[in-house]
Design a protein around this ligand. Structure first.
Ligand code: ARG
Length: 254
């Protein structure tokens, strides 16, 4: 976690360990257990250089039998150190699920480490996860609207609101772009209405280790976990990378 936070600090100051006080360090925070049956397309991206015993690193989502979508900021390590894991709710339980190495990494050419725009990477699986339902991309920019209640999935930090490294889900209110644009720190950090979704509150949020994982609305992939200051801090919502803004570029890789 610490090592991971340090690595990420170079990418985005707001997610560095220093920006997360002990008090607001919570897990997917405020969620409940999710089964692999209800979220078969949820993929954990592990890394052999992770400081966690399970190798937990980031979230990802299956968009084609041989392609997973994750966050560009998750891809700082050599390709050979990554493993995609599907169908394993408890990452420590290697008697279930499927694993695959990564044969190719595509980083969105518009990915910007200063403002974190286009925080997307598409990984090609060496061993495709065949016969697993894939998720459909949301292409309508209007799907991101205040009042919608999408659900985020991930194996990330729970801040003691659930077991670690175990697939959790939590419904998060879409607060609308204005809520994040009203936050000076978030604007300074690159929040943009066209390319981000602002969601979560003091009880439910994504957290460290959930990056790249799916935010799902009406069965479609609305966005992927990107960044936030702390976790489940009512003053600092979760920021997601909005799929509709990049759907064309992503589709071309799938
Ligand atoms: N950047 C984090 C990661 O790499 C995700 C942070 C999401 N934070 C939040 N409060 N929603 O896992």
């Amino acid at each position: 976690m610490l090592k991971r936070a340090v690595v990420l600090a170079g990418i985005l100051m707001l997610v560095s360990a220093g920006a997360v006080s002990a008090a607001d360090k919570r897990l997917i925070v405020g969620g409940t257990l999710a089964s692999v049956r209800e979220a078969p397309w949820a993929v954990a991206l592990t890394n052999s250089q992770s400081s966690r015993p399970t190798g937990r690193w980031c979230g990802a989502v299956l968009v084609a039998p041989d392609k997973v979508l994750t966050a560009a900021h998750c891809m700082l390590k050599p390709v050979s150190t990554y493993t995609a894991v599907q169908g394993r709710a408890e990452l420590s339980d290697d008697s279930t699920g499927r694993v695959s190495g990564i044969s190719k990494v595509w980083i969105h050419p518009g990915y910007n480490t200063k403002n974190n725009r286009n925080d997307f990477a598409i990984l090609t699986l060496a061993q495709p996860f065949t016969q697993v339902p894939v998720i459909t991309l949301e292409t309508n920019p209007k799907a991101d609207r205040k009042g919608a209640v999408p659900t985020v999935y991930g194996w990330g930090d729970t801040a003691d609101t659930g077991p670690d490294d175990t697939l959790q889900k939590v419904a998060v209110p879409d607060l609308g772009d204005d809520a994040c644009l009203a936050n000076k720190e978030y604007v300074a950090n690159g929040y943009a209405a066209a390319s981000n979704v602002c969601a979560g509150n003091g009880t439910g949020d994504a957290c460290q280790g959930d990056s790249g994982g799916p935010l799902v609305l009406n069965g479609r992939l609305l966005a992927t976990v990107s960044w936030g200051k702390g976790c489940a801090d009512p003053a600092f919502p979760g920021v997601y990378a909005e799929i509709a803004s990049a759907a064309k570029a992503l589709r071309a890789q799938i």
